[in-house]
Write a protein that binds this ligand. Structure first.
Ligand code: GRF
Length: 198
């Protein structure tokens, strides 16, 4: 089945861009259908506009009523025939309504080897600080399904990234992000080929 990917992103969108680039170079035969962000000023907006991919700002400000908010997300994705949702640095928790609508087809990328370093507070630089503080020699990336327990959904793919001596959290974050930019589109290729079943 051809993947029509809908994205949810809150910030820079480098993972969104990596998937778009994989599509443009023919490595992945999916369609990047649209991007939804809760942040109207997110850089991902510029990226989407540059790529001519529809962008929607849907947030608690644009839709104060939670039911309207969820409906706006679902309607936008349905309008674009989205059949798989990729969270790419989306900082808002998805409601059960949205998760149920795309049940088993919502993916997230996490910058560590889940189940370690996941859960509450484990986002952004906090993850890499925690990895370094714990003395781990290896970190990595996880692509997983999102269910209502968040970082606990089925793991679809992982890749390891070394933690180097004297790494700052920022050094580690950069190395992990480079790996993120490969594993997300590669996981979509496997889903498209049926090598990973959702
Ligand atoms: C990535 O580190 C991803 O693992 C996490 O949020 C970050 C998003 O980065 N979920 P970007 O916006 O894709 O550049």
């Amino acid at each position: 089945m051809k993947l029509n990917v809908g994205f949810l992103a809150s910030h820079g969108g480098s993972n969104f861009q990596a998937i778009v680039d994989a599509i443009k170079s023919g490595k992945l035969s999916a369609v990047a259908s649209c991007v939804i962000s809760n942040n109207s000023k997110a850089f991902v907006r510029e990226r989407a506009e540059k790529e001519n991919i529809p962008f929607y700002h849907i947030s608690g400000k644009t839709h104060p009523n939670p039911e309207d908010h969820d409906k706006a997300i679902i309607d936008a994705f349905k309008h674009h025939d989205v059949n798989i949702v990729c969270l790419a640095g989306y900082m808002k928790k998805l409601s059960d309504t949205v998760l149920n609508e795309f049940h088993g087809r919502v993916l997230n990328i996490h910058p560590a080897l889940l189940p370690k370093f996941g859960g509450k507070g484990m986002y952004g630089i906090n993850v890499h600080k925690a990895v370094i503080e714990s003395g781990e020699k290896t970190s990595g990336v996880t692509v997983h399904l999102v269910d209502s327990k968040y970082d606990r959904g089925r793991i679809l793919a992982q890749t390891k990234v070394p933690v180097e001596k004297d790494d700052t959290p920022e050094d580690l974050a950069d190395r992990v992000l480079t790996a993120e930019h490969q594993i997300y589109w590669q996981t979509l290729v496997k889903i498209e080929k049926g090598e990973i079943q959702l």
